[in-house]
Write a protein that binds this ligand. Structure first.
Ligand code: COA
Ligand code: AMP
Length: 629
């Protein structure tokens, strides 16, 4: 069957479609019914099942592929390489899970994982899954305060952390950040498990911190604990409009069924093939495509600790593809923009044989046509853009290459996947004609594996996603669908920006800037950046009578965002201005400020209070290299 037939078969019988896909999963109690709509518009899938994620990702493969590499660890930044077979992974995971059980972790308890890109990060995730504990992985580039916010929301009984991360030119000691976060948080975990890395060993607090290896000494290996199909597999925090991140809940059974489907149908790999997602376990791509999906499907996954450039050069990706015989490769467009900038003629790739590679998949941010064309030319493989969100956990729209490779239209992530009825709506919720721009919404119910709710925040879930367009999930993206059904993602409709494929909240940054004693008022916008797609830019108005210079205040603001949110925010652009442009009702005209900074044409907003302010903004931006005429 081709794409259209499969999509139609899903449309005709969504439950039948997913029950069929569910046959690829090993159940303790298999599904009889697929969808539970008794609490609509809140939907749940496979609630009548019992199943274990770790069993499906690890144990079930051991009899047939015990000696196959489950994980290839390749760390150009530390010079380490290692392979973990499925049989070894099972032992590693069962031992760590045994240690967690011995220290009192039970099904349903939360465990925060704060780890760099090492295989042990996956071991920790799978150990939680093995015993039905709910993990929440926090990205290493976040500051202690962000970690503390997540500790207070998830209230974990334990935290598993690495002693450090390794960034180009610096070691990031995680333990002081972890200690700081635990101090800041109201909730205190019972204990921590620290994976000591040679690059920087951490001091342990007696009675609270346990060494990764020592805590596993003499424990009984833990068996897989079957959980209910809608049991949360994990919570992953993502940026919303305010400083409080949203805890996206991932339901166990739907996650297994849907991810397994994507591996062949979208990424076109067979069990045994090597699959590589160059991302980080702290992001959804890392959850779905470094850890769970490849393992559920019996693939080999690559855990890469490095950067596209500088570790050691712009040929790193090609070296990894050749050396580990990568079949399908997934990363963010920004990584390719970085390589293109460093090696525009593609000299590095000539040194490697990447004939093992079938296709490149890009997601996480808009893939600009230049980058796609460049990648296609130098790699000689199809480049597939695909669109998804932390909330869905897998592709909403993509090119189902394993089912039928559809013609690529550069600028479009292609078509809606089975499970997703994607529509373009106007402000009143009416469907827009093809080719016209509107809000992108997905008709409810969302398919298995997507978020059923937000952790501890059902009202916020409803308000954020289900209220604007009753009967639909509001994606927060705007775009259009053309006559061939191809989707185009144009912009966010909220205050979320995308910096190097990382989703960040300008609202959260504004909250941080507003906490500066000399800042009277502020706004943060996302400006266009050639490398990272977008960069945050802050505008601050200072209190009258401050004796600090503008330069001091700018430096303070940059430091404050780095300390409170983290280096990943890449917040380095600040303008001190007298006033912010506003409407007569006092709403800050952020959209107009973005246009001015990007030197784009804009229409003077009819409701603007004082148009002269726009000239002041322009004047402040020019010395920073923005707002060019
Ligand atoms: N732990 C601690 N700090 C981290 C970190 C981590 N895990 N990841 C990033 N940082 C820090 C970086 O060191 C940098 O700090 P600096 O301001 O001191 O230089 C800052 O956060 C910004 O990092 P990054 O956005 O990675 O920018 P960069 O300039 O270091 O690198 C790219 C630019 C394009 C090479 C890089 O962004 C990249 O590889 N992007 C791929 C993105 C990706 O995989 N996204 C996942 C979605 S699919
Ligand atoms: P995240 O939840 O971090 O994966 O971010 C999801 C958001 O990133 C989406 O809502 C989009 O705004 C953006 N995004 C992800 N993939 C794409 C894509 N292929 N094209 C355009 N934007 C994308």
């Amino acid at each position: 069957m081709g794409y259209s037939e499969v999509y139609k078969s899903w449309q005709n019988d969504p439950e039948g479609f997913w029950l069929e896909q569910a046959k690829a999963i090993d159940w303790d109690t298999p599904p009889q019914i697929a969808l539970d709509d008794t609490n609509a518009p809140l939907y749940r899938w496979f609630t009548d099942t019992m199943v274990n994620t770790c069993y499906n990702a690890v144990d079930r493969h051991v009899p047939t592929r015990g000696d196959q590499a489950a994980i290839i660890y390749d760390s150009p930044i530390t010079g380490n390489k290692r392979t973990v077979t499925y049989a070894e992974l099972k032992d590693d995971v069962a031992n760590l899970a045994g240690a967690l059980v011995a220290r009192g972790i039970k099904t349903g308890d939360r465990v925060i994982i704060y780890m760099p890109m090492v295989p042990e990060a996956l071991t920790a995730m799978l150990a939680c899954a093995r015993i039905g504990a709910i993990h929440s992985v926090v990205f290493g580039g976040f500051a202690a305060n962000e970690l503390a916010v997540r500790i207070d929301d998830a209230t974990p009984k334990a935290i598993i952390a690495g002693s450090c991360g390794v960034e180009p030119g610096r070691i990031v000691a995680y333990k002081p950040l972890l200690d700081g976060a635990i101090d800041l948080a109201t909730h205190k975990p019972d204990f921590t498990v620290i994976f000591q890395r040679d690059e920087c060993r951490a001091d342990l607090i007696e009675g609270r911190d346990y060494d990764w290896h020592a805590v596993q000494q003499g424990v009984t290996q833990a068996d897989c604990v079957p959980v209910k199909g809608d049991h949360p597999a994990y919570i992953l925090y993502t940026s919303g409009t305010t400083g409080a991140p949203k805890g996206v809940v991932r339901p166990t059974a739907g996650h297994l069924v849907a991810l397994n489907w994507t591996m062949k149908n979208i990424y076109n790999v067979d069990p045994g093939d090597v699959f590589w997602a160059a991302s980080d376990v702290g992001w959804v791509v890392g959850h779905s495509y470094i850890c769970y999906a490849p393992l559920i499907h019996g693939n080999t996954t690559v855990v890469f600790e490095g950067k596209p450039i500088g570790t050691p050069d712009a040929g790193t990706f090609w070296r990894v593809i050749e050396e580990h015989k990568v079949r399908s490769f997934f990363t963010a467009p920004t990584a390719f923009r970085a390589i293109k900038r460093e090696d525009p003629k593609g000299e590095e790739i000539k040194k490697y044989d990447i004939s093992c590679l079938r296709a490149l998949y890009l997601a996480g941010e808009r893939a600009d046509p230049d980058t796609i064309e460049w990648a296609q030319n130098i790699m000689g493989v199809p480049v597939y853009d695909h669109w998804w969100q932390t909330e869905t956990g897998y592709t909403i729209a993509g090119n189902p290459a394993g089912l039928e490779a559809l013609p690529v239209k550069i600028g479009s992530p292609t078509v809606a996947m089975p499970g997703f009825d994607v529509q373009i709506l106007d402000e009143s919720g009416k469907q827009m004609p093809s080719g016209e721009l509107g809000a992108i919404a997905v008709k409810l119910p969302l398919p298995p594996g997507t978020l059923p709710t937000l952790w501890n925040a059902e009202d916020r879930f409803k308000k954020s996603y289900l209220t604007t367009f009753p009967g639909y999930y509001e994606t927060g993206d705007a775009g259009m669908i053309d006559d061939d059904g191809y989707l185009y993602i144009m912009a966010r409709t909220d205050d979320v920006i995308n910096v190097a494929g990382h989703r960040l909240s300008t609202g959260a940054m504004e909250e941080v800037l507003a906490s500066h004693p000399d800042v009277a008022e502020c706004a943060v916008i996302g400006v266009t950046d050639q490398l990272k797609g977008q960069l945050p830019m802050g505008f601050v108005c200072t209190n009258k009578g401050t004796n600090r210079t503008d330069a001091d205040i700018k430096a303070d603001c940059i430091k404050l965002v780095r300390d409170k949110i983290g280096p990943v925010a890449a917040f380095k652009l600040v303008a001190v201005v007298d006033r912010l442009p506003k409407t007569r009702s006092g709403k800050i005209l952020r959209g107009t400020m973005v246009k001015i900074a990007d030197s784009a044409a804009f229409k003077m907003p009819a409701t603007i209070d004082d148009p002269a302010i726009l000239d002041e903004i322009k004047a402040a931006l020019k010395p920073m290299g923005y707002a060019k005429d």
